[in-house]
Design a protein around this ligand. Structure first.
Ligand code: HEM
Length: 367
């Protein structure tokens, strides 16, 4: 793989880590859990949380249950919105499974992206849209499809995932020994439904009870899913030698590069990679609001942009010089600056050629 590709891949990986831990996890887990599990990023510069002994095994309960919390948030349909943020239309999930044809229509991808930043998700609770509980992967000629809630429960049983009660104990939460002890975190109606279905509260399945837990404080998930998800993301951060904030390793970013990466927001990525998103709220995972998350122009300086000059290697001299940030210069000066660098590159090129000629002319002859 060529170096430029490797470095681009490294930058994209760092951007994903930054958006995940800076924008997504705080929304999902809330401030308290972020702090408790050491998931907070350092506001500026490096942070060394690397622990070579960290066990980065992702628990089966994470994939087969806890991180499937998202199935409870699904709406019935995906909305399309215009660049001016007006609702255009929507399509039910059951019409979209394995039928991605809308995405072939010019402009529709951006409209779905704009839909995703403008459409509210459903609450995390024991209700799951019938689009996935009755119509998952429904064939156009049929009236019904599969049931994702049943698949989740069955998949976890196949994997031998311990029950909700067992995971609560792992998370140091009060164990569920009686039906009434469930009521601290789950609504009466849901506990009553479990009582009708299960022989003992210790049998209740993790995914089902996990999505039914009331969320804590400013988080989306409840205490049990919060614990499993936070522990997993914490291990993945601590056990990652290539974590983007790590200092002093051969793969580490320079401080200047890291500062640029920490400017990245999902909203900027959406602006830069779409054709027709003109304005967007800075925190793309939260709905726009005039008080806290008012839409701003993609063009312009309010949404910070990563400056790739921090990756420029200065070839004009043997010592690496600081490369100026050209973003703030006017185009004329920018051009002059680049010309100067090109001239230095030219000079260097000529020098190398001269040395090469010199070496070949001073080669000893065979005679
Ligand atoms: C329309 C939206 C979605 C549909 C139709 C869908 C459907 C599915 C299906 C069919 C599976 C495989 C189930 C199995 O065979 O065990 C699955 C797995 C999974 N889903 Fe979803 N899902 C959706 C959205 C989400 C969201 C929003 C999240 C989380 C934020 C999520 C998290 C997961 C996870 C973690 C798995 C397990 C993946 C694995 O371990 O391989 N899904 N989903």
């Amino acid at each position: 793989m060529c170096t430029r590709l490797k470095e681009s891949r490294k930058i994209v990986g760092a951007m994903i880590q930054h958006i995940t831990y800076n924008e997504f996890l705080p929304k999902l887990l809330g401030k308290f859990t972020m702090k408790k599990y050491g998931l907070e990023l350092s506001a500026q510069g490096f942070s060394n949380s690397y622990d070579p002994d960290a066990d980065i095994t992702v628990p089966a309960a994470f994939g087969a249950a806890a991180f499937r919390f998202g199935h409870s948030l699904l709406p019935d349909a995906m909305e399309r919105w215009s660049a001016g943020h007006k609702f255009l239309g929507s399509r039910r999930f059951s019409e979209m499974f394995q039928q991605p044809y809308d995405l072939h229509k010019p402009g529709w991808l951006d409209q779905y992206l704009l839909g995703m930043v403008n459409q509210a998700s459903q609450a995390m609770d024991d209700a799951v849209t019938s689009q996935v509980t009755n119509h998952l992967f429904q064939e156009p000629a049929n009236d019904y499809g599969k049931d994702l809630a049943s698949i989740n429960i069955q998949r976890a049983r196949e994997h031998g995932i311990p029950s909700y009660s067992a995971w609560r104990q792992y998370c140091k939460l009060p164990a569920i020994k009686t039906w009434s002890s469930m009521l601290t975190d789950i609504s009466n109606a849901t506990v009553k439904a479990y009582y009708d279905l299960y022989t003992t509260p210790e049998d209740v399945d993790l995914w089902s009870a996990g999505v039914s837990e009331r969320s804590i404080d400013d988080s989306i998930v409840g205490p049990t899913f919060g614990c499993i998800i936070a522990k997993t993301f914490s291990d993945l951060k601590k056990g990652d030698r290539f974590w983007y904030e790590n200092p002093g390793l051969p793969n580490s970013f320079t401080l200047e590069q890291l500062t640029e990466i920490k400017k990245v927001k999902l909203s900027r990525v959406l602006c830069d990679n779409s054709d027709n998103i003109v304005t967007i709220q800075p925190f793309a995972m939260e709905l726009p609001s005039q008080q806290k998350n008012n839409r701003v122009a993609c063009k312009g300086h309010i949404l910070p942009q990563m400056d790739l000059w921090a990756w420029k290697e200065y070839t004009g001299c043997c010592t690496k010089k600081k490369v100026p940030n050209l973003n703030n210069l006017n185009p004329q000066i920018h051009k002059v600056q680049i010309n100067e660098w090109n001239k230095e590159d030219d000079n260097l090129h000529k020098l190398i050629q001269a040395i090469a000629v010199n070496i070949s002319s001073s080669k000893p002859t065979n005679a």
